[in-house]
Design a protein around this ligand. Structure first.
Ligand SMILES: [Zn+2]
Length: 281
């Protein structure tokens, strides 16, 4: 049995403010250790339950956060940001289960710790058809496209509630409670790791309970930006429709196409922000 682990950083126990997750800050190195230890806990839980192979994808920021020397030696690791399937690179190689560790709640869905959707300060909301879509739903659909169910999600209480809403009876491990977007009440790291290890093992043993998460095709990707300028830029892509001054949409029956398009949108948004960092339209 083969498991794919996508690991983010905002949902790791102990992480509470943006500086914790940003390379170059005084506390970043400590949070890399917390992230790596939670990744190991999930890996250990997998092998406890009889998994034969685990593939880890570093999925935060530059996608180069995990301390590789400290990782469980039984895994392979995808590192680096330029990859077509982004946070789930490798999910198309035949995985029996997907685990989302250290994940965070979607933008605007509540007071989740460091809640946001993808990497753009300009992105306000993402929808798949009429469903609000954070990273959890987007990545769950992508995994489902390849026939892989999401079996474990770990993060704060808001993320766990979002996971149950999107995925139903998924194993959802809570390692902290959100006080505010920028404040958290975390359990001790050792407790977080124990919960994750046990949750991962439980999830693997319950594999038969889970189904791939799928949406009826075709699916419309709709993105609402803060800036009209970013919406205008994205609408230059053939086939992309500007459905409102701040919104663009594209419909496809092939979900990986939508996922890749969203990543292109984000690159355009980054260039728009860089071109005029003082725009407030
Ligand atoms: Zn992240």
């Amino acid at each position: 049995m083969r498991v794919h682990i996508s690991i983010d950083m905002e949902g790791v126990g102990g992480v509470a403010i943006g500086a914790d997750t940003t390379a170059g800050t005084p506390q970043y190195a400590q949070c890399q250790q917390l992230m790596t230890a939670e990744c190991n806990a999930a890996i250990e839980g997998c092998f406890d339950a009889g998994v034969s192979e685990v593939l880890v994808n570093d999925a935060h920021g530059t996608h180069s956060n995990l301390l590789q020397e400290l990782l469980d030696p039984r895994v392979s690791v995808v590192r680096g940001r330029s990859k077509p399937l982004g946070m789930l690179q490798g999910i198309d190689t035949g995985c029996d289960a997907a685990m989302f560790v250290g994940y965070h709640a979607r933008a605007g869905g509540g007071d989740g710790v460091l809640s946001h959707t993808m990497r753009s300060r300009d992105l306000a909301d993402v929808f798949l058809d009429t469903l609000p879509a954070g990273e959890l739903r987007l990545n769950a659909v992508l995994a489902g496209t390849f026939g892989t169910p999401v079996v474990l999600v770990t993060g704060d209480d808001v993320l766990c509630a979002e996971a149950r809403e999107v995925l139903g009876d998924v194993e959802a491990v809570e390692v902290k409670k959100a006080i505010d977007k920028y404040a958290a009440l975390s359990v001790h790291p050792s407790v977080a790791r124990q919960r994750i290890r046990e949750g991962a093992a439980r999830a693997v043993r319950r594999l038969g309970d889970f189904s791939p998460y799928e949406l009826e095709p075709p699916v419309m990707l709709r993105v609402r930006w803060s800036s009209t300028s970013t919406a205008a830029l994205c609408a230059n892509i053939p086939g992309v429709t500007r459905v409102a001054p701040r919104e663009v949409a594209y419909t496809s029956s092939d979900f990986p196409t939508l996922y890749r398009l969203l990543r292109v949108f984000l690159s355009l948004a980054a260039s728009a922000v860089a071109a005029d960092p003082y725009t407030y339209d």
